[in-house]
Design a protein around this ligand. Structure first.
Ligand SMILES: [Zn+2]
Length: 236
């Protein structure tokens, strides 16, 4: 552990301890380094994820969707960053997480207050009757509705579910209440952060740098491993 990171994490830990209402904003960077793909990176293959492909050639759609997206998520599971963030919530250091990630890994790690503003793979709806199914339905090669037989559509692919505005409203509400926002691995697709204090964790420069009180130029893994150590969190 280099000295500079250790000192910066000490500042981060101090800010978390003093904050009355802290939120964490996460993006692609927290999952990608563990080999988990993200919607932000999937633009190249989004052509395949057009609704017309899902409906006209569901086998082709789901084969690509599983190979590029679902299989790596199930194979890797939550990483040290997801698990530390869940512990921060359990120990009341933070109120919750706002994420543009759709991989559902914050919840799988144990986080309860999650605003998934691009929806999540735990929301899948039947294109015929509209019933909603959890992430486990995606383990099927081509998932169909057990009730009516209709084709199942993973919500993040189209983002047209009625619950989505609620997630954004929830995210904005938490941010408006926050006296500290910790931004981790975000590319800035959501930028409604605390107006009072921002700490930005990212190996690369990004849009949050100039307004951040502290910029930690390191990976999420290194930073959160050190943070868990300094706060004596028991991360399983
Ligand atoms: Zn149905």
């Amino acid at each position: 552990m280099n000295q500079k990171l250790s000192e910066q994490v000490a500042q981060l830990a101090d800010s978390l301890t003093k904050a009355k209402f802290a939120t964490i904003l996460t993006g692609a960077g927290i999952s990608v380094s563990s080999g988990i793909p993200d919607m932000e990176m999937m633009d190249d293959v989004f052509g395949l994820f057009a609704e017309s492909t899902l409906e006209s050639r569901p086998e082709v759609f789901y084969q690509a969707f599983h190979r590029n997206f679902i299989d790596p998520i199930f194979a890797h599971g939550p990483n040290i960053t997801h698990r530390t963030i869940a512990e921060l919530e359990r120990n009341l250091f933070i109120h919750g997480v706002v994420t543009t990630n759709v991989d559902y890994l914050h919840e799988l790690a144990g986080s309860h207050n999650v605003a998934a503003i691009w929806s999540s793979l735990n929301v899948n709806h039947c294109l015929n009757c509209g019933r909603i199914y959890e992430i486990s339905v995606l383990k099927n090669v081509v998932p169909h509705c057990p009730v009516c037989g209709g084709l199942i559509s993973p919500d993040p692919v189209y983002r047209h579910i009625a619950t989505l505005p609620d997630q954004v409203r929830q995210a904005d509400e938490w941010m408006d209440s926050s006296d500290l926002t910790i931004v981790v691995g975000s590319n800035g697709y959501y930028s409604h952060t605390s107006t009072r204090q921002i700490i930005n964790i990212n190996p690369k420069a990004n849009a949050f740098d100039h307004e951040a009180k502290l910029v930690i130029r390191a990976s999420a893994e290194d930073t959160f491993t050190e943070l868990a150590h300094q706060l004596e969190l028991k991360v399983e």
